[in-house]
Design a protein around this ligand. Structure first.
Ligand code: SAM
Length: 246
């Protein structure tokens, strides 16, 4: 009988942020497929779990994916983890999931920490509707397209960014978001956890030498909404709210 693949979320900082179910699965599986085995070893040591590990990262070759799938077909249960948080989300593993679906292998997600959700819920920015864009691309054309999406977004946008690229990203955001509110959620769940709020310019002025990990949460573009109100007379204003109540 073939095995199963568990997609196991691991902590994004605080090692206590791991579910009972995740620990149980990590103890039970035959093999752990990790993005960086040294990083995962720290977590396993903390949990006092000893397991064979295979690495699978963004530069892994096709053969590694086949090797992992073959092991599952031979009956091994596998847990796939990334260095931090929820695997697949801006992390490797999607190819394994696609191949497993093709091979009719059962995939079981074990939910847990994810930086974008953790940052969003404490940001004070509208969490009813949001758009997650991962890391902004470096390629000029695609980066411009993504920035344009943020510019026009009618919902909150969330992006990830590395500290050494934060200032450039804030500079790019400054041009398109102007006075919109942005929250930098820094070092989530860690000792230096912090939420810094301001416009892109204010944040760039504050963060001269960014350190740590950041989630960037950007308020929606409500310009259109403001323009609607500016051009309404009192009666239209009244009708607008009447309609909202219907
Ligand atoms: N799979 C992960 C998740 O579930 O959030 C994301 C992995 S992605 C390669 C790493 C990026 O996530 C970082 O550059 C940062 O933007 C964000 N991130 C991860 N951990 C974080 C933390 N503790 N505080 C703030 N941002 C974090």
């Amino acid at each position: 009988m073939q095995g199963k693949i568990y997609l196991v979320a691991t902590p994004i900082g605080n090692l206590e942020d791991i579910t009972l179910r995740a620990i149980k699965i990590l103890k039970e599986v035959d093999i752990i497929v990790a993005e960086d085995t040294r990083q995962t070893l720290k977590l396993l040591n903390h949990l006092e779990i000893s397991k064979p590990m295979i690495s699978f990262h963004r530069h892994s070759q096709e053969e590694r994916k086949i090797e992992i799938i073959e092991k599952v077909k031979q009956g091994k249960n596998i847990a796939l983890v990334s260095d931090a948080g929820t695997p697949i989300i801006s992390d490797p593993g999607e190819e394994i999931v696609l191949k497993a679906i093709e091979e009719k292998i059962e995939i079981i997600p074990i939910p847990g920490p994810c930086a974008l959700i953790t940052g969003l819920i404490a940001s004070g920015i509208d969490a009813k509707e949001f758009l997650f864009l991962g890391f902004l691309p470096l390629n000029k054309k695609t980066r411009k397209e993504k920035l344009n999406t943020i510019k026009n977004a009618k919902q909150t946008t969330i992006i990830y960014e590395a500290p050494h690229k934060l200032l450039q990203t804030l500079k790019d955001l400054q041009e398109i978001t102007k006075e919109r509110k942005i929250v930098l959620a820094r070092e989530l769940t860690k000792i230096h956890e912090e939420y810094i709020t301001g416009t892109a310019k204010e944040l760039a002025d504050k963060e001269k030498e960014p350190k740590g990990e950041f989630v960037i949460i950007i308020d929606k573009n409500s310009e259109e909404e403001q323009n609607i109100f500016e051009n309404m007379n009192l009666e239209e204003h009244y009708k607008y709210y009447e309609n909202l109540r219907l």
